[in-house]
Write a protein that binds this ligand. Structure first.
Ligand code: UGA
Length: 432
C-alpha cells in the first residue's frame, strides 16, 4: 500500500519506519528541510531506541523516503496520515493550526478514494473541521478517519510494532477495509469505531493514566504523613486483578509532551461546554502542585536550600529519551536557584544541554559529564529520573564524610542500603 506520513516527529517517523517494515511504500513529509535531509541520510533528530536501525533498513529496502514536497508525498498515496503536533494554547485548548495547515496543503493533491487519517491527538469534532477544509479544496471523493496513537517515548518502536490495540475511527466500511488491511500485519485487536470515539479514547486513556499517577502521588503523601510505606501499599493493591500492578510509581508528578497537554485539553473541553464537574481540571491542578509541595517539605528537612550544593540526577522527563518537555528538572532547578542554592550540578546520561536558557545561564548552575562529578561535595542529591545509569550507580564510591541528604524522587533506591552508606535518605512516600 502507498502511505504518506505528514509530520516527522516521534509519532510520524516511528509510524513511517514501521509501515515501511511491513512492505508498504512510505513517504514521510515535513516542511523542515534539514530534518528531511537528516532522515534521508538515516539520522533521527531525537533519541529513540531502535529507531535508527529500523530507519536504516527502510531506506535500504527502497520502501521508505522523506520529502518536503506535498505533491510528491500525497499524489499517489492510498492513505495519508497526519501526525503533526497539537500543542496546548495558553488556555489549555489544543492548537489545531498545524493540522489545518497540513491538510490544506495536502488537499489539492489527494487522489480519488484516498483515506485522510488524523493520527494527531485531537478532540471529537475535529474531523468535521478537517472535512470542511479538505472538501473546499478538492472535488475528489476522500474518506476521513481517526487513528489515535498510543506509543510511549522510549519504547516507541516496540509500542508501534506490538500495539495493545489498533483503534480505527471511520464513517464508512470502505475506509475501514483499507485501514484494516494496512494494520493486518500488526497482529493486534483492531477496533472499528466512530471517529469521535477513537479520538476520545485516546484522551480517555492518557487522562486515566495521568489520574493513576496523581492518585499514586496522593497516596504517597498519606504515607509520608503516616507509618505506611508507599511501595508496600502499591504492591498490595496491584494483586487486585481489577487494578493491576503496572504504571503506579509515585514521583514529582507526570510530565512529557502528552499527559499535561491532554489533561488540560479535556479540562478545557469541560469548561467550554459548561459541564457541571471538571475532574480533569482537578487532575491538572494536583499534578502542578506536586513538585512545589514535595520541595517545600525537603526544604524544611534540609533547613533551606540557601548556600547548599545540590546534585540533580536526570534532566529528561523520563528515562530512555532526551525529551525535556515538562521534565521535573525544569520545575525543580529554578526553585533551588531562586532559594539561593550555592551550586546546582546536573547530570543526565543523554541530555547534554538543558533546554531552559534561564537555567543554563545562571552562574550557580552547571552540567557535568559524569554522575560522580555532579554529586561531588553535594549536601543534597536529588535522583529525579530512573535512568538505569543513575539507579544502577554505586553510590558507595562517591559517599563523602560530611552529612549528605539523598532524595529518591522515584522510589527507586533501597532505603536501608542508602542509609547504610551514610546518606540521610528521603523517599517519596516515606515518612521524613
Ligand atoms: C504517554 C502515554 O503513556 C502513551 O500511551 C501515549 O501514546 C503518549 O503519552 C502520547 O499521547 O503520545 P509518554 O508521554 O511517552 O506516553 O510517557 P509515559 O511513559 O506514559 O510517562 C508519562 C509521564 O508519567 C512521565 O513523566 C512519567 O515519568 C510519569 N509516570 C509514568 C509516573 O509518574 N508514574 C508512573 O507510574 C508512570
Amino acid at each position: 500500500m502507498k502511505v504518506a506520513l505528514i509530520g516527522t516527529g516521534f509519532v510520524g517517523v516511528t509510524a513511517a519506519v514501521v509501515y515501511a517494515s511491513f512492505g508498504n511504500q512510505v513517504i514521510g513529509l515535513d516542511i523542515d528541510q534539514s530534518k528531511i535531509d537528516s532522515l534521508n541520510k538515516g539520522k533521527v533528530p531525537f533519541y529513540e531506541p531502535k529507531l535508527v536501525e529500523l530507519l536504516a533498513s527502510g531506506l535500504a529496502s527502497g520502501n521508505l523516503k522523506f520529502t518536503t514536497s506535498y505533491q510528491e508525498a500525497i499524489s499517489d498515496a492510498d492513505v495519508v496520515i497526519v501526525a503533526v503536533g497539537t500543542p496546548s494554547a495558553s488556555d489549555g485548548a489544543i492548537d489545531l493550526s498545524y493540522i489545518a495547515a497540513s491538510v490544506s496543503q495536502a488537499a489539492p493533491y489527494l487522489k480519488d478514494g484516498a483515506v485522510l487519517v488524523i493520527k494527531s491527538t485531537v478532540l471529537p469534532g475535529t474531523l468535521a473541521q478537517v472535512k470542511t477544509i479538505v472538501n473546499n479544496l478538492t472535488d475528489k471523493q476522500i474518506h476521513f478517519a481517526a487513528l489515535p496513537e498510543f506509543l510511549k517515548e522510549g519504547t516507541a518502536v516496540d509500542d508501534t510494532l506490538y500495539p495493545d490495540r489498533v483503534v480505527i475511527g471511520v464513517e464508512n466500511k470502505a475506509a475501514f477495509k483499507i485501514l484494516e488491511e494496512l494494520h493486518a500485519p500488526f497482529k493486534a485487536p483492531i477496533l472499528c469505531v466512530k471517529p469521535e470515539s477513537a479520538q476520545l479514547a485516546k484522551y480517555a486513556s492518557n487522562n486515566y493514566l495521568a489520574l493513576r499517577i496523581v492518585y499514586a502521588n496522593a497516596l504517597a503523601e498519606i504515607c509520608e504523613n503516616s507509618e505506611a510505606d508507599i511501595d508496600e501499599v502499591i504492591e498490595a493493591m496491584g494483586y487486585e486483578k481489577r487494578i493491576g500492578n503496572h504504571y503506579w510509581y509515585p514521583g514529582l508528578g507526570y510530565g512529557g509532551s502528552c499527559f499535561p497537554k491532554d489533561v488540560k485539553a479535556l479540562a478545557h473541553f469541560c469548561q467550554d461546554n459548561h459541564m457541571a464537574t471538571n475532574l480533569f481540571s482537578a487532575i491538572n491542578e494536583l499534578n502542578e502542585k506536586r513538585p512545589v509541595q514535595v520541595l517545600d517539605k525537603i526544604s524544611r528537612v534540609v533547613e533551606g536550600f540557601a548556600g547548599k550544593k545540590i546534585a540533580i540526577l536526570g534532566l529528561s522527563f523520563k528515562p530512555n529519551t532526551d525529551d525535556q518537555r515538562e521534565a521535573p528538572a525544569l520545575a525543580v532547578i529554578p526553585r533551588l536557584l531562586n532559594d539561593g542554592a550555592a551550586q546546582v550540578s546536573a547530570y543526565d546520561p543523554m541530555v547534554k544541554k538543558i533546554v531552559s536558557e534561564e537555567i543554563a545561564k545562571n552562574k550557580n548552575y552547571q552540567q557535568t559529564e559524569t554522575l560522580a562529578e555532579a554529586v561531588k561535595g553535594a549536601d543534597l542529591i536529588i535522583a529525579l529520573i530512573e535512568w538505569p545509569q543513575i539507579v544502577g550507580f554505586d553510590f558507595a564510591t562517591t559517599k563523602e564524610e560530611k552529612q549528605q541528604f539523598f532524595f529518591d524522587a522515584r522510589s527507586q533506591f533501597e532505603m536501608k542500603r542508602m542509609q547504610d552508606l551514610g546518606y540521610i535518605y528521603l523517599g517519596i512516600g516515606q515518612k521524613f
